[in-house]
Design a protein around this ligand. Structure first.
Ligand code: UN1
Length: 512
């Protein structure tokens, strides 16, 4: 009984929405292209958005630069207090925002609400952090000298986010950037701009109530053309980009060419190793949620299971049985486990991956395919499927953003770890075992090469308190918890001489 019209109204989504916001001001160029945003849930148009032009982009950057001048001087704990209030506003809007995430993106309502919870959690984290942006002090080699380091705000941070976590990824970046004293320009995926517009309204209500200047929170609705402008713009010292490896390589190269800083959060090809010492019931929950949650569209989705020979057949049977229980349908209906893919293009990539897998000898133990019928009229619903494969298949080496799970078997742990690491990506990994030696080997220097390595937990569903990100083609960036905040600040080393002479370091004599 979810009333979408009510949710849209509550979240200030209009019939036609402007392309740019610097806070309270919303505007678009007179010649702006207008695009309809369609829900993958039922294929209906939710609302329309205008697309930002290069001229719009420039105005927004100028306003953000202006806002930075004052925002950076507000004490960090005061900035933290504003983030605390944004967290409260998100708590109040959780049901509506979670619903719109589910309707615009297609993930289950549970997961939509979970995503908003991640936003609330990072707000809480950032509030505490606002009193802990500390550097170290060092002992100078010179008498009556003091050395220390401090972290200063960086400037205008560009945030490029993907459709699959349309709101949480922004908040991981923006909440940290704000307490660090930066201002933000957010370009959400052009597939999910409405949830972004809703977030901008929620944050802005708090900013307005606190007299925060126009330009601290900016939003630009646009496609890769705007992303390209951001990547090439030296007025943006940091670009944080989440999305495909292809996009990340382009952004990383452009930002690198101007020696800017980038934080890249790209593709994963995550595996769970299931050893002969695993609790198979626990492994089943981790594997199935990891593979079919968000319809296989998380960067942390479980794409590969590397299973010990001795438990391979038994676990395969368990999986096949579990897949038969999965209810696919309207994600707003809490009885369903899995909603649609984001759009028809995603369905086509999924179908093409299945064909490619079959062509090289992949053996499907659970068949895939597009679902037909009235409940699936958007054309975006697919069956989650499972194939027995070999790790070296080109399609297995590639991240297909869909619920296709690959099975492979192993005999020794060394072999399993080599398979796990034997892909270009390095985001998340897991081992299911009750054996201490196996677990510690997996976590050791000779173990997983990923940014995330878990024991007796699946590959997806990381908490915000840890640094989130991965190695190799995943891009190397870390966002969210731990000390990920440091990338949003510039570090300065200060040496202060309070003596009456000027001794040089390294014992150099320079007498005049
Ligand atoms: C993503 O898919 O881009 O660990 C982020 C997880 C979530 C975040 C995923 N906390 O699955």
């Amino acid at each position: 009984n979810i009333n979408i019209a009510d949710t849209l109204k509550h979240l200030h989504i209009d019939g036609i929405n402007e392309a740019c916001s610097t806070g309270s001001n919303w505007a678009s160029s007179a010649n702006a292209e207008v695009r309809a945003i369609t829900s993958p849930v039922d294929g209906k148009i939710i609302a329309q958005v205008k697309m930002a032009t290069a001229a719009d982009y420039d105005k927004v950057v100028q306003q953000a630069q202006k806002a930075f001048i004052n925002w950076r001087t507000l004490p960090a704990p005061k900035r933290g207090d504003i983030v605390r209030q944004i967290g409260d506003a998100l708590r109040q809007n959780k049901q509506h925002l979670g619903t719109l995430v589910s309707y615009e993106m297609g993930k289950s309502l549970q997961e939509g609400l979970g995503e908003v919870q991640e936003m609330i959690d990072i707000c809480d984290f950032a509030v505490g952090l606002s009193r802990q942006l500390h550097g170290l002090t060092m002992h100078s080699e010179r008498p009556l000298h003091r050395m220390y380091e401090q972290y200063h705000p960086l400037g205008v941070v560009g945030i490029i986010s993907a459709f699959n976590f349309p709101v949480a990824v922004w908040s991981w970046n923006a909440m940290l950037a704000w307490v660090c004293g930066d201002v933000c320009i957010w370009k959400p995926s052009e597939k999910t701009p409405l949830t972004a517009i809703a977030c901008q309204h929620i944050a802005q209500a708090v900013c307005t109530a606190n007299g925060v200047e126009e330009g601290v929170s900016c939003l630009l609705i646009g496609d890769s053309k705007i992303g390209e402008l951001m990547a090439n713009d030296s007025r943006l010292p940091l670009i944080s980009a989440t999305g495909s490896t292809r996009m990340g390589k382009a952004v990383g190269a452009a930002v690198g060419a101007r020696l800017g800083r980038s934080l890249l959060e790209l593709g994963g090809n995550n595996a769970i190793i299931i050893t002969e010492n695993a609790d198979l019931d626990m492994a089943l929950i981790g594997a199935v949620f990891g593979a079919v949650g968000t319809a296989g569209q998380r960067c942390t989705t479980t794409r590969r299971l590397i299973i010990h020979d001795s438990v391979y057949e038994a676990f395969k049977q368990k999986l096949v049985k579990a897949y038969a229980q999965i209810r696919i349908g309207n994600p707003l209906d809490e009885n369903n486990h899995m909603g649609p893919l984001i759009d028809q293009e995603a369905v086509n990539s999924y179908l093409a991956a299945i064909d490619a897998c079959k062509a090289v000898g992949g053996n499907f133990v659970v068949e895939g395919g597009r679902l037909q019928g009235e409940a699936y009229a958007s054309g975006c619903y697919v069956r989650p499927c499972i194939a027995e494969v070999e790790n070296h298949y080109k399609i297995v080496q590639h991240e297909t953003f869909a619920p296709i799970l690959y099975l492979m078997r192993y005999k020794t742990l060394e072999e399993a770890i080599a398979l796990q690491n034997g892909v270009p990506q390095g985001l998340s990994s897991a081992i299911m075992t009750n054996n201490l030696r196996e677990a510690e080997t997996f976590l050791s220097v000779a173990g997983s090469d990923c940014g995330i390595a878990n024991v007796n937990i699946g590959t997806s569903g990381a908490e915000i308190g840890g640094a989130f990100g991965g190695e190799k083609e995943t891009g190397g960036g870390r966002e969210s918890g731990s000390d990920a905040w440091k990338v949003y600040m510039r570090r300065q080393t200060n040496t202060i001489n309070y003596s009456t002479s000027l001794p040089l370091a390294q014992g150099i004599k320079f007498d005049l």
